[in-house]
Design a protein around this ligand. Structure first.
Ligand code: COA
Length: 260
């Protein structure tokens, strides 16, 4: 597969993936999701040993501002379920990846962007980073694991607030709540991500792979929640409210939801 929306560069055994759709604030359209899936499931396992992966977004405004809302128009309930399942599978491959995957969150990490960052093993954030799950503004719920992983990181109470209000957390609040590991000035972000991977690379690689596997095992009883998310994401994508929410975003106006 040719990468169109990802820049994949390897330097000193560290692979940096830059999501390169700066004009759309690096929104995850389906092509980008397919490329991420291809990298973690096919490309990376076939490469000679490397130390780890850094995921970041092009520019200094956004890591990823969500799934691409422009592709949402006309999405049926069935297509919503398929999209959610595909996205969950791609992000599960990141979470289960046997070498460290660090999100270098260089700005907005909203919706699918917050979900992508949460699927990574570690998160470093620039001071201008913002985290949130604003899907309710569009009349849908998160579909790429956000309802499940946000609880894992920040607990039910705060996760519920963010999921219901669509509010954003700034970098310092994300640090305080345990959503990110470190906050740095933008210029120091990539250096910190690389330093973390270098530190981990000095340890036994089997131990690292097994530590990742074992930590993930703690949450496996939550798998029903992921299945429920697929079903409910599909449900919300079948509503008139969702058509209205997506259209309102694109037309830059306030959505008028009718509850149908
Ligand atoms: N999907 C598609 N396009 C997106 C996008 C998304 N998730 N997020 C931003 N963009 C596009 C905007 O449509 C705009 O494109 P245009 O120049 O063709 O109009 C461009 O990126 C810049 O965004 P804009 O909204 O003008 O920037 P801003 O600084 O005013 O606001 C955000 C930044 C992140 C607060 C705002 O873009 C936003 O709320 N994005 C959607 C977040 C979201 O709901 N994500 C969850 C999706 S499930």
């Amino acid at each position: 597969m040719q990468y169109e929306n990802l820049i994949v560069q390897e330097e000193n055994g560290i692979i940096t993936i830059t999501i390169n759709r700066e004009k759309a604030l690096n929104a995850l359209n389906m092509q980008t999701m397919r490329e991420l899936g291809f990298f973690f499931r096919q490309d990376a396992p076939g490469r000679p040993a490397f130390k780890g992966v850094i995921l970041t977004g092009a520019g200094d405004k956004a890591f990823v501002a969500g799934a691409d809302i422009k592709e949402f128009l006309g999405l049926s309930s069935g297509q919503g379920r398929e999209m959610s399942q595909f996205g969950q599978d791609v992000f599960a491959a990141i979470e289960a990846f046997p070498r460290p995957v660090v999100a270098a969150v260089n700005g907005f990490a909203l919706g699918g962007g917050c979900e992508l960052a949460m699927a990574c093993h570690l998160r470093v954030a620039s001071e201008n980073a913002r985290f949130g799950q604003p899907e309710v503004n569009l009349g849908i719920i998160p579909g790429y694991g956000g309802t499940q992983r946000l609880i894992q990181y920040i607990g039910k109470g705060k996760a519920m607030e963010l999921l219901l209000t669509g509010d954003m957390l700034d970098a310092q609040d994300a640090l305080r709540l345990g959503l990110v590991n470190h906050v740095l000035p933008q210029g120091e972000l990539m250096g910190k991500a690389r330093a973390l991977i270098e530190k981990i690379a000095a340890k036994g690689p089997i131990a690292i792979a097994k530590a990742i596997e074992t930590v993930n095992a703690y949450f496996r009883h939550d798998e029903d929640g992921f299945a429920r998310e697929v079903a409910e994401f599909g449900h919300t994508t079948g509503t008139e409210d969702f058509k209205e929410g997506a259209a309102a975003f694109i037309e830059k106006r306030k959505a008028a939801f009718r509850g149908v």
